[in-house]
Design a protein around this ligand. Structure first.
Ligand SMILES: Nc1ncnc2c1ncn2[C@@H]1O[C@H](COP(=O)(O)OP(=O)(O)O)[C@@H](O)[C@H]1O
Ligand SMILES: [Mg+2]
Length: 258
């Protein structure tokens, strides 16, 4: 077959070009990692200081208005801190710098505990929280901390985007996977947004008229964390009737455990 490499000099030139490209890429990747480390440090340090001093002030201040204002500062510093860690976590996973340390994990237990931790917040909004827990454990290979994080993002969205009704959380065997569902009766997601809803910073509402807080990082990080652990994620939604976010992780044992 006649091809471009008929001339050996062309082959050498190509190899040389590839070598240069690889060198440039690894340089870029190194710079990105260094940048992330610096940003991480530069953002976390002042936030830690702010939180520490607000806590100190809260011990001394007696005036009710000032206490309220300090709680406001504290709450927002905490929000900013969790946004910073979400962004850094997402960047680290995307850069391939963060491998998963998969260990046997009872997903049913993590789902039950994380779901319950949203009960107070849901009930404050007048929402019902329905947890349906399987009879026995449901083991997957996963990281507890990251699995909890991704579930927290799904739960907080369900509570945030639902004004009335019920949030149903379930964990069940689904073929060779364990499948978790967070189903709400909230605002729903317009069809034209569904394809991009897991992209970083993608939000249905944009601009100054937004009714909900948030930065659009949660679902992007959630997808990264699910896929990092070998799972899949998806959503079914209809405007006005609600959304069902689901994810699967490969089950540890081929047969359902009970
Ligand atoms: N349960 C839900 N019901 C309706 N819309 C949702 C739900 N979860 C996510 N969304 C939509 O997807 C967008 C991205 O979600 P997310 O990445 O968690 O960002 P954030 O919560 O910071 O806005 C949200 O802004 C919202 O438009
Ligand atoms: Mg969110």
């Amino acid at each position: 077959v006649e091809n471009e490499l008929a001339n050996p000099a062309d082959g050498e030139r190509l190899v040389e070009e590839l070598r240069r490209t690889v060198a440039e890429l690894s340089q870029a990747n190194r710079l990105k990692s260094e940048f992330l480390q610096t940003v991480s440090h530069e953002l976390r340090t002042p936030l830690t200081a702010i939180r520490g001093f607000v806590d100190l002030l809260l011990l001394e201040v007696r005036d009710a208005d000032q206490v309220e204002q300090l709680h406001y500062v504290k709450k927002n510093a905490e929000k900013l801190q969790s946004l910073v860690s979400d962004l850094l976590e997402m960047a680290a996973v995307q850069a391939g710098r963060s491998a998963a340390m998969l260990l046997p994990l009872d997903l049913a237990e993590v789902v039950a505990a994380t779901g319950e931790s949203f009960r107070a917040e849901a009930e404050r909004k007048g929402l019902e929280l329905e947890m349906s827990r399987p009879a026995g454990p449901m083991f997957v290979m996963a990281e507890k901390y990251r699995t909890r994080t991704l579930l927290q993002h799904l739960m907080s969205n369900a509570v945030k985007f639902t004004a009335s009704g019920t949030i149903r959380v379930s964990c069940s065997r689904y073929g060779s996977d364990v499948r978790v569902e967070v189903k709400d009766t909230g605002v729903g997601i317009p069809e034209e947004h569904l394809a991009a809803i897991f992209d970083p910073f993608h939000q249905v509402e944009t601009g100054m008229t937004r009714a909900y807080g948030g930065t659009g990082v949660g679902l992007a990080l959630t997808r990264e964390l699910v896929e990092l652990q070998g799972g899949h994620i998806g959503v079914d939604s209809r405007v006005g009737s609600g959304s069902t976010f689901w994810f699967t992780l490969p089950a540890l044992e081929p047969q359902a455990t009970a």
